[in-house]
Ligand binder design. Structure first.
Ligand code: SF4
Ligand code: SF4
Ligand code: SF4
Ligand code: FES
Length: 944
């Protein structure tokens, strides 16, 4: 299997070039390049062990020694930079003797079991023994490490210290790449050994199982258990992670069609060879026994499922949809696209609904996460997306993180952020909870604006007030780049006294002086960058807050170049793509309104059918219409609305009211328990297509195994469309992308050939930007007049108020080990880190209620009640409780309410007034739901 070349030390970005000779060959490299790397660029491989090109050189093994003409001794080539006119010798007898001596020492304390070692054939120690011509080991030390005890505590990799050569690559990977500092070198001399924490097992240490140390280890000391158990992979295919919005590139390393391991791809432009526990290790769900691989139908949800052929399932689905439309009208059916499926699949689902169903009743899960981003950024900047690439953060001087938890939600980007913070960038976090980023090692003076949930807009207005009243506005930027009339109106609005930090302090709970300091820090930074997450959007004023962020960035000139920008951290792998592809009921692909005459004509002609120019139903409207009896059929692809949407009682009632629910998914998820037709879906490993990450990067998804159910999801949608009488005849997803490019200006230059050539491409990509656009709005904004628009952002308190009956605010979030509704990660060993959702509660609130960690507590809101185990922690502030939502039985959405964003209906997940009390048993809802769920699993077991 071909492996990416290791140049030994990282590339230098210096502009200046240095010329030298190595073994008589001339070479020119950027200044600052190591001799080791310079040699590798011309194919001269100097032996090395402690060096690898993902880490800074360390110079401990002495295997890479060279001689330099006119120089003294034998310097290590990994730590010696090139010099102009240098003449380097990498091979002669003296060097060979030194290297052989070094290797002999290593091998004398190494188990001689190469033939049976899991690393055999993929071990740098073995390779180097061969490279230096080591034929015999003349001595065995009296004391060795050969009996050192293995640590098998991590479910995904093992640690066998008997094979460790103490090269520190793992320790450096944990520090430099991951930023966790979980590993240390204990002891001195012979006694020195690598140790997670204070002699802890990996699972008890700070380790977050990112896999970086495993990848860096040159021996079999740190090794994936999948390789130990199944042997070395034989071939590799580069594809894209299907978990979060970072969109890491991976080499799926395979044996036949079996994935042995996922290794982060060095050339991946979003991740640069790094990964997190999900993408790196949690892929076993793809072949989990719960996968459903045969289509199934049933007349009612109280009946057992009946397995049928694809033809029968598709024909039945089409006939049901037609029957319902015949009885209740054309608008009585609709669909939900998936942010987990590819762009091509999402495009096809919305096309099916608009052209095949004949209405615009299509929506997506972005409705419940980042729809306010789409609205707010489109209004102010003219484009519904983040402004930067991830690498931009490495130029930021002040990083403001609002309502996001990057180390858990976007871990690889979180590591990049940490790296920049270690280099000296300043951090401002606005979050009700103490997120891990604040605990970045060696980070001393970060600012935590610990605001009360639901008070974001007051906070952003106070920051803007300071900017305006303390003359911190970038007047030149505003004059040149923004709509000045809107700015002047906004300036007057925001300068009013009621936006002052002293007033905001009463609303947000953040001391006024802290707000002032944060505003000054951001506004006076050379480069200030804002990153935000669902803690911004999932509020009744989500769109207002996004606009407030955009206003602040424009007023301070923090847009249009490297190191600045406004960056939504998208939750799911393809949430950006699903929005781009026209998943909203009012927009065709490319965010163009369905009533816009030119767009409407374009799509009518291209799709050769009449299209509605009336916006269709949003997800919450579909539920209401179902309960009213006017929406009776739903096609739901790769989305679990019965777990993920708010006010679950209402969602379940709506699903029960529908006459035909078609679910296309890989497992019998919670929504499928209410379904009449189940169409088996395919995982990302089973199909070809593209995902678009949070930085607008379109990356390839490549099939590594055949679909277990026989078809990729796009093929199933196509079959359904044909059965409904709207013909689709794509032979390959590249043809779908060609159609997207032809109809969507920002995708005009995108093709599979280009993605193959460049590795990935960031939209907008067209004639003016043929290789894509890493940074948006560099010359002008994408609004019609090219000017950024300021909008007024009045703070309106949420309707969700604490009362004596519900005195605490519940807010929700994610955790590193799990992804969204957990359907995938719960079916992997990631449950070892997080086997259940817990309720975080502050010690004061816990004491008031006699609650200690581990107690069962009932959480009651005006919408419902559920029971979770308590975790007492001061990460949350008094008056606030917090939970994740990864387990269906937790019922986090039983208690969330139907409040939503005024502009987009995005639910207010982040603010629910609750009471918490110690209880002894699950809530009524949990008991009822368990009975229902058990019954559905029984009906699945009984399938005919
Ligand atoms: S897996 Fe990642 S976090 Fe854990 S020790 Fe290795 S590098 Fe550090
Ligand atoms: S565990 Fe591997 S990477 Fe770490 S010091 Fe030992 S041999 Fe080197
Ligand atoms: S889950 Fe996100 S951060 Fe982790 S490997 Fe996948 S894309 Fe990267
Ligand atoms: S590779 Fe240079 S000292 Fe180890």
């Amino acid at each position: 299997m071909d492996k990416p070349k290791d140049y030994g030390t990282p590339a230098s970005s210096a502009a200046q070039t240095v010329n030298l000779e190595i073994d008589g060959f001339k070479v020119s490299v950027p200044a600052g390049t190591s001799i080791l790397r310079a040699a590798a660029t011309i194919g001269i491989e100097i032996p090395k062990l402690c060096a690898t090109d993902s880490l800074e050189p360390f110079g401990s093994c002495r295997l890479c020694v060279v001689q330099i003409e006119g120089g003294r001794g034998m310097p290590a080539s990994c730590t010696t930079p090139v010099g102009e006119g240098m003449k380097v010798v990498t091979q002669n007898q003296k060097l060979a003797d030194v290297r052989r001596g070094v290797m002999e020492l290593y091998i004398s304390d190494h188990p001689l079991d190469c033939l049976t070692c899991a690393s055999n054939g993929d071990c740098e120690l073995q390779d180097m023994a061969g490279a230096v011509g080591l034929r015999e080991v003349r001595y065995r030390p009296i004391e060795t490490h050969l009996n050192a005890v293995k640590d098998e505590s991590n479910p995904y990799f093992s640690f066998d210290p008997s094979k460790c050569i103490v090269c520190s690559r793992c320790i450096r990977a944990c520090e430099e790449t991951q930023g966790t500092f979980a590993l240390t070198l204990d002891g001195r001399g012979f006694a020195s050994k690598v140790s997670p924490g204070q002699n802890q097992a990996f699972m008890d240490s700070e380790c977050v199982s990112c896999g970086s140390c495993v990848q860096a280890c040159p021996t079999a000391t740190l090794m994936e258990k999948s390789v130990i158990n199944q042997g070395q992979p034989e071939h590799a295919i580069v594809t894209t992670c299907a978990y979060c919005g970072v969109g890491c590139s991976f080499r799926a390393e395979m044996k036949g069609e079996q994935v042995i391991r996922m290794v982060p791809h060095k050339d991946g432009k979003a991740n640069h060879g790094h990964s997190c526990v999900k993408g790196r290790f949690a892929f076993g769900y793809a072949t989990h026994k719960d996968r459903i691989t045969k289509p199934m139908i049933r007349k009612s949800i109280n009946e057992a499922w009946q397995e049928v052929s694809w033809e029968e399932a598709i024909a039945y689905a089409a006939s049901e949809l037609k029957r319902i439309q015949g009885k209740y009208g054309k608008d009585s059916v609709g669909g939900i696209t998936s942010s987990r499926c590819t762009n091509e699949e999402t495009y096809l689902v919305q096309k099916l609904i608009r052209a095949g169903f004949g209405n615009n009743n299509v929506d997506t899960c972005a409705r419940v996460c980042h729809s306010p981003t789409g609205y707010g950024l489109k209004q102010t900047f003219g484009e519904a997306s983040g402004t930067q690439d991830f690498d931009s953060v490495m130029e930021a001087d002040v990083i403001m993180v609002i309502g996001a938890n990057p180390t858990d939600g976007h871990p690889v980007f979180g590591s990049m952020m940490r790296k920049r913070l270690r280099q000296g960038a300043k951090l401002i976090v606005a979050d009700p909870r103490e997120i891990d980023l604040l605990n970045t090692p060696h980070l001393k003076d970060s600012t935590h604006l610990k605001l009360r949930p639901s008070t974001n807009v007051s906070l952003i207005n106070a920051l803007a007030h300071v900017v305006v009243t303390e003359n911190l506005v970038d007047e030149a930027f505003v004059k040149a780049r923004c709509d000045v009339a809107s700015f002047e109106k906004w300036r007057k609005f925001i300068a009013q006294d009621y936006h002052a930090p002293e007033v905001a302090e009463k609303i947000t709970g953040v001391p006024a002086e802290k707000l002032r300091e944060a505003a000054r820090l951001y506004a006076t930074a050379k480069n200030g960058a804002i990153y935000y997450g669902l803690g911004v959007t999932e509020h009744s004023q989500g769109s207002t807050m996004v606009i407030g962020i955009a206003n602040l960035a424009m007023a301070t000139g923090n847009l249009g170049r490297n190191g600045v920008g406004v960056n939504p951290l998208r939750g799911q792998n393809n949430v950006q793509g699903s929005c781009d592809m026209g998943s909203f009921p009012h927009e065709f692909p490319g965010y163009r309104h369905v009533s816009d005459p030119a767009t409407h004509t374009l799509f009518t002609k291209a799709w050769k059918t009449e299209l509605s120019s009336e916006p269709g139903l949003r997800i919450p409207n579909m539920f209401e219409a179902a309960l009213d009896g006017s929406f009776m059929g739903l096609y739901c692809e790769g989305e679990d609305i019965a777990q993920s949407d708010p006010d679950i009682h209402h969602v379940h009632a709506a699903l029960r009211a529908m006459e035909c629910v078609i679910v296309q998914d890989i497992f019998l998820n919670e929504t499928a328990k209410f379904a009449h037709i189940f169409l088996p879906g395919a995982t990302f490993l089973e199909k070809t297509g593209t995902f678009t990450n949070a930085e607008r990067r379109i990356s390839p998804v490549r099939q590594v195994m055949r679909p277990l159910a026989g078809y990729a999801d796009w093929e199933v949608t196509q079959m359904l469309s044909n059965a409904l009488g709207y013909p689709m005849n794509y032979a390959h997803p590249s043809e779908i992308m060609a159609e997207i490019a032809a109809l969507t200006p920002s995708f005009q230059g995108v093709s599979y050939e280009k993605i193959d050539e460049l590795g990935s491409v960031q939209w907008p990509c067209h004639d003016d930007a043929p290789v894509g656009t890493p940074i948006m709005h560099t010359e002008q904004f994408l609004r019609d007049n090219g000017k950024g628009l300021f909008m007024l952002t009045e703070y309106v308190a949420t309707a969700e108020k604490i009362t004596p009956m519900f005195p605490l605010i519940l807010t929700t979030g994610r955790i590193l080990a799990h992804y969204n509704v957990g359907a995938q990660t719960r079916r992997t060993d990631n449950v070892a880190w997080h086997p259940e959702d817990r309720l975080e509660i502050h010690p004061h609130d816990a004491e008031d209620r006699g609650v200690v960690s581990g107690d069962w507590v009932g959480i009651k809101s005006r919408a419902g009640e559920t029971v979770l185990r308590a975790l007492v922690t001061d990460r949350v502030q008094p008056g606030v409780v917090y939970t994740t939502f990864h387990f269906p039985e937790s019922g986090a959405n039983v208690i969330t309410t139907d409040n939503s964003d005024w502009a987009t209906n995005c639910p207010e997940y982040k603010v629910t007034a609750v009471q918490v009390a110690k209880v002894m048993q699950p809530s009524d809802w949990q008991q009822e739901y368990k009975a229902f769920s058990d019954k559905q699993l029984e009906l699945l077991e009984q399938r005919v």
